[in-house]
Design a protein around this ligand. Sequence first.
Ligand code: 5GP
Ligand code: ZN
Length: 131
Amino acid sequence: MCIFCKIVNGEIPSKKVYEDNDVIAILDISQATKGHTLVIPKKHYANILEIEDSEYIKVMKVLKNVTSKINDAYKPKGFNILNNCGEVAGQTVMHYHVHIIPRYDTNDIKLEFTDHSDKYDLTEIMHDLTI
Ligand code: 5GP
Ligand code: ZN
C-alpha cells in the first residue's frame, strides 16, 4: 500500500487540516513554505491521467477551500498550486495529490520557466493539441 493510502487509513499519522468522505488535506511534511499543504483523494489514483472526473472535481473544490483558509490565516503574497505528474516531473509519491505552496517571497522556492518558443512551431502544436 502506498504512503498516502496509509495516511488515509490512519496507519501513518499526519497533520490533517480537512477531511470528508472522499478527500483529505494534510500538511506536507517538508513545509517548503509555511502552510505547504497537500490535497489528496482518498481513493488511489497514480496521477491526473488516471483519476476519475468525479473524484477530480471533489479534489478541486477542497483545493480551493483550503487555499482560501491558508490565505486568511497567513496572508501570503501568492501561491503556487501544482501537481507533479511522473518521476521526470518530480513526482515521488505515486498517489495523485496537489500541492498548495503559499508564497511569501519571490525567492522562497525555485520554479523556473525558460522561453523556448523559438524552437517550436506554435501553429503545428496547436493543430496537434486541439481537442
Ligand atoms: P511529490 O514529490 O510526489 O509531488 O510530492 C510528495 C510530497 O509528499 C513531498 O512534498 C513530501 O514532502 C511529502 N511527503 C512524503 N512523505 C510524507 C509523509 O509521510 N507525510 C506527509 N505529510 N508528507 C509526506
Ligand atoms: Zn495510494
